[in-house]
Design a protein around this ligand. Structure first.
Ligand SMILES: NC(=O)C1=CN([C@@H]2O[C@H](COP(=O)(O)OP(=O)(O)OC[C@H]3O[C@@H](n4cnc5c(N)ncnc54)[C@H](OP(=O)(O)O)[C@@H]3O)[C@@H](O)[C@H]2O)C=CC1
Ligand SMILES: O=C(O)CCC(=O)C(=O)O
Length: 431
């Protein structure tokens, strides 16, 4: 079943000074950035809306024999540059509107990285921690069956996001392949390497966040060895970013999971703290001089803040209290539109999600190439090519920052929008 996007958003947008849904934030960011690009107003209008949103019921037989029905979504925003691409999120707060906003960010992210994909995002409104492994497998297989008509290696290629992982992708790929009658590894990325996954995909969004943080620190004429960092969220993105920055000489003073943060002004041993994958909700069990809340970690006196958990954590209410001079967005949409303006006014550099965490989708692209060619790249090659792509994207965005005196977010949007508008013009797609 295909559903139209929610219509209440326009009213909510005008009534709300601080939009805090991914969709409203994404639309406002687009409007603001479009003023700096020579792009047809009709194209901008079109880009405020998704091409299609799939809403499906996903029945699950629980281990006790009872049946529960969950709701799943797949939002497809724009595919002018290639198949829709983006993660699947399992989280209780997943909605159609959130998936649309996140799919818009995927369109820009793929364009900033100059990889041949458009933007998609989906998920199921479910608390993954409330499911047994067998239940998660059954739910994932049924979801794959429900959305199989709209996904495929040339159509729409899902990947992991919050609450999903390589195993989820393996089940999804298997369910799709069984119905397809042939093994189709390219239908999803982020799989285990043994079934066509790419080495380095799991660490990639954290790796790119660390690479971009390193570049931003250098751009600010700072020494990484004298830089303090706080990271909210210790999962796929946060833990990998924290560990790499720690390895490269930065002092990671605080990290958090859903229950709160640990803080050591002398620096934490990030490799000794269990990640979400190694053991969820275990950060506070690690010995550290102080614990602080997930709100307080954002306001610590550090040089670099990396929000790498959920969205909308930096808002008009706390933007004035952010002490960091550089914010690198590991999560998608951690900064609201109003908070962005306050941080800009205060001279805080906010390096946007669509650049910083784009290593995930970039290595997903490498994985898709490997699947099509039935080849496997070494971890060294993946990391080298990722480094090259990240530095190229960083340089493209930096050029716009310097040429037009833009914020990092506006500059990243300018790079993305220019590429998307050019593709639309050349293809003759209207709008
Ligand atoms: N995975 C990917 O490929 C990519 C993910 N992202 C984005 O990065 C962000 C994190 O995703 P990912 O690392 O995959 O997720 P994971 O599920 O791997 O980890 C999430 C982490 O955040 C913690 N957390 C959950 N809720 C909260 C909360 N309300 N406050 C503070 N911490 C919280 C979790 O704690 P606990 O362990 O206790 O559950 C866990 O440590 C999301 O915004 C996602 O969209 C962006 C690009 C790629
Ligand atoms: O790897 C991908 O395709 C997408 C990852 C993702 O969902 C994201 O970057 O937000």
């Amino acid at each position: 079943m295909s559903s139209t996007p929610p219509t209440q958003t326009a009213d909510a947008e005008s009534a709300d000074d601080e939009p805090n849904s991914a969709l409203l934030t994404a639309r406002r960011q687009l409007e603001r950035a479009a003023a700096h690009v020579d792009v047809d107003a009709g194209v901008v209008e079109r880009l405020k809306h998704p091409t299609k949103v799939q809403r499906v019921s996903v029945p699950l037989e629980r281990d006790d024999g009872s049946v529960e029905v969950f709701t799943g979504y797949r939002a497809q925003h724009d595919d002018v540059r290639g198949p829709y691409k983006g993660g699947l999120r399992y989280h209780p707060a997943v909605t159609a509107e959130e998936c649309i906003g996140l799919s818009m960010w995927m369109t820009w992210k793929c364009a900033v990285m100059d990889i041949p994909f458009g933007g998609g995002k989906g998920g199921i409104a479910v608390d993954p921690k409330s499911l047994s492994e067998a239940e998660t497998e059954r739910l994932t297989r049924r979801f794959a069956e429900e959305i199989r008509d709209v996904v495929g290696p040339k159509q729409d290629v899902p990947a992991p996001d919050m609450g999903t992982d390589a195993q989820t992708m393996a089940w999804f790929m298997d369910a799709y392949s069984m119905q397809q009658g042939e093994t189709t590894p390219g239908v999803v990325t982020g799989k285990p390497p043994v079934v066509g996954g790419s080495y380095g995909r799991e660490e990639a969004p954290g790796r790119s966040t660390a690479i971009i943080a390193r570049e931003a620190i250098e751009y600010d004429d700072r020494d990484l060895a004298e830089t303090t960092v706080a990271v909210q969220g210790f999962g796929s993105v946060g833990a990998n970013a924290a560990r790499l920055l720690d390895d490269w000489g930065a002092t990671v003073v605080a990290v958090s999971d859903v229950n709160g943060a640990i803080y050591d002004p002398d620096g934490l041993d990030t490799h000794a703290i269990p990640t979400h994958e190694e053991e969820p909700e275990a950060v506070l069990e690690h010995d550290a001089p102080e614990t602080v809340t997930n709100e307080e970690i954002l306001e610590l006196e550090v040089d670099v803040l990396i929000p790498a958990a959920v969205g909308n954590v930096i808002t008009a209410d706390n933007a004035d209290a952010i002490e960091a001079e550089i914010v690198v967005e590991g999560a998608n949409g951690p900064t609201t539109f109003a908070a962005d303006a306050i941080l800009e006014e205060r001279g805080v550099s906010v390096i946007p999600d669509i650049l910083a965490n784009a290593g995930g989708v970039t290595v997903s692209y490498f994985e898709w190439l490997q699947d099509i060619n039935r080849r496997q790249w070494s971890l060294e090659r993946v990391n080298e090519e990722l480094e090259t792509k990240m530095l190229a994207a960083w340089a493209d965005v930096r050029e716009q920052v310097e040429a037009k005196d833009l914020t990092w977010r506006d500059a990243a949007y300018v790079v993305a929008l220019s590429r998307i508008a050019e593709a639309k013009a050349v293809r003759g797609l209207w709008p």
